[in-house]
Design a protein around this ligand. Structure first.
Ligand code: ZN
Ligand code: ZN
Length: 502
């Protein structure tokens, strides 16, 4: 009797349904609109933002707690669009959705500003131990990695924990697959944290190649592992061989370490079909609420719209994106139109090129002198704990004063000046006060750049607090009588590889 099997056509039907209505997907309706709190108009011509601050903060909190506008947008971005690496169809859909949503939610202007982006495709492959035993490893190619031929690149494994140790190995590295095995710890800073690890990931392949290595694998830059590899960008150097590079799970790095400790010769093979295609056009999504008195003066709020091609890009950086979008909606919904313009910029290509940040600085060069502040959120959607601020004399004191109405939320803190967001770094040449909204990152690197970067890692209440913090900070800086003092402009530098980007 013939066995019944589902027809391939039927089995594919759900995929077709998913793919079909993409072009017609609606902007997520801001409805159902909950009862709106009474308008909280700032007093025109008043003595800056201080007087109205407490009423504005309370109104923002009440509105976002009820409306959950940031959460609704993040749910759409992650569940309906999903991950969105630069140049992918999903990234295009995200740009179109963001522009359409900002317009539907009352922005005075919403547009896509073209950005030429790199197009890297992960492909498929394997990373395997081939001696003294055979075992496939859990891996993800590093962003930007070259591929291999069908036979892959194989060699004895040489383990190091730093670039110094790599160089000290000298001739031993020739023909090898280098394992960079350096665990990172939560909030470990430049020594033991993600910042230090990302330098190894970025510079590892070219430094290993200079010594003759044929491939590189790195212990995933994660602070928790359930055999989950973490991807991320890597770099090559002109004139140096481009070798395949992948992250392996912490458990698999431990396996290699144990095999090496046994004294046996350990060999590994990397096969990848990763490739870099020609650059393609994408865009930053930009929306704005024009200022009531000084519309030419601008406060930027932003996050990055692209993500890696795994998971849903929820903590990195869907949360930052929707918090910036929600800033416009909140100010509009509460009839809080500040003196200056608030502009949401959803940057494209932070992860593997920074082209969106560079294009914004270049294309808006003529108006950068009138940008009074820029704030980025790119450290997840957990509880907000404060701001980084890089500005001129007296700016910290004034901004901290402005933040006091948020003191009950735990975000009225200044944390330093050195982590204000990669997308804003090209603005440093203009001295624009740059700010970074920072979240509790205790668990951020558990999921960052993995298949586990999904919406369930964020709670509605904490995301709402982030939206309130961003909206309030933008309002205060756009409303205050005098802008913050500008930073000393940095000279125009030749772009260097980013080491601490997220
Ligand atoms: Zn990232
Ligand atoms: Zn990021």
């Amino acid at each position: 009797m013939p066995r019944r099997t589902a027809s391939p056509l039927l089995r594919c039907a759900s995929l077709l349904v998913l793919a079909g209505p993409v072009l017609a997907e609606p902007a997520p309706s801001p409805s159902p609109t909950p009862p709106r709190p009474a308008p909280v108009a700032a007093r025109p011509g008043g003595s800056g933002a201080l007087a109205a601050g407490p009423r504005v903060a309370a109104a923002l909190l009440a509105e976002e707690t009820v409306s959950q506008g940031a959460w609704k947008k993040l749910e759409w971005l992650t569940d309906r669009i999903g991950n969105r690496i630069s140049g992918s169809p999903a990234a295009d859909r995200a740009v179109a959705w963001a522009v359409r949503t900002m317009a539907a939610e009352g922005a005075d202007a919403a547009r896509a500003e073209p950005v030429l982006v790199p197009r890297w495709v992960r492909g498929e492959g394997s990373v395997e131990v081939t001696a003294p035993t055979t075992r496939p490893l859990a891996f993800l190619a590093l962003g930007g990695s070259v591929g291999t031929d069908a036979y892959g690149m194989s060699g004895p494994v040489v383990a190091v924990s730093s670039l110094e140790e790599l160089h000290a190995k000298g001739g031993e590295v020739a023909g090898s697959v280098v394992l960079i095995d350096k665990p990172i710890v939560p909030n470990g800073g430049e020594k033991d944290g993600y910042g230090a690890g990302s330098k190894l990931r970025y510079y590892g392949p070219p430094e290993a190649a200079k010594l003759g290595a044929v491939g590189m694998v790195i212990r995933s830059l994660g602070t928790s592992s359930m055999r989950l590899p973490h991807t991320g960008g890597t770099g090559y150097e002109d004139g140096v061989a481009r070798i395949p590079a992948a992250a392996i799970s912490a458990e698999d790095a431990d396996l290699l370490a144990r095999l090496l400790a046994s004294g046996d010769r350990v060999e590994a093979c990397i096969r990848l079909t990763s490739r870099t295609l020609a650059d393609v056009w994408s865009a930053n999504a930009v929306g704005e609420l024009r200022g009531r008195e000084r519309p030419d003066e601008i406060v930027v709020v932003g996050g990055h719209l692209d993500s890696w091609d795994v998971g849903q890009g929820a903590i990195d950086d869907g949360a930052g994106v929707v918090v910036a979008m929600e800033t416009l909606r909140l100010l509009r919904a509460l009839d809080l139109r500040p003196r200056r313009t608030v502009r949401a910029v959803l940057f494209m290509n932070e992860e593997n090129g920074l082209r969106g940040g560079e294009a914004y600085a270049r294309d808006h060069a003529a108006e950068l002198a009138h940008h009074v502040a820029a704030i980025e959120s790119d450290s997840g959607g957990a509880r907000p704990i404060g701001f980084y601020l890089d500005a001129g004399a007296g700016a910290s004191e004034r901004f901290l004063e402005l933040l006091q109405p948020l003191s009950g939320t735990g975000v009225a803190h200044l944390l330093g000046k050195d982590d204000t967001g990669a997308d804003l770094s090209p603005l440093a040449q203009s001295g624009i006060p740059r700010l970074g909204l920072r979240q509790d990152m205790t668990h951020y690197f558990d999921w960052h750049h993995t298949e586990a970067d999904t919406l369930d890692k964020i709670t509605r209440d904490e995301l709402a607090l982030n939206a309130v913090a961003m909206a309030y900070a933008a309002w205060a800086l756009a409303e205050d009588a005098e802008p913050l003092a500008r930073a000393v402009p940095l000279p125009v530098l030749t772009p260097v590889p980013r080491k601490g980007s997220r």
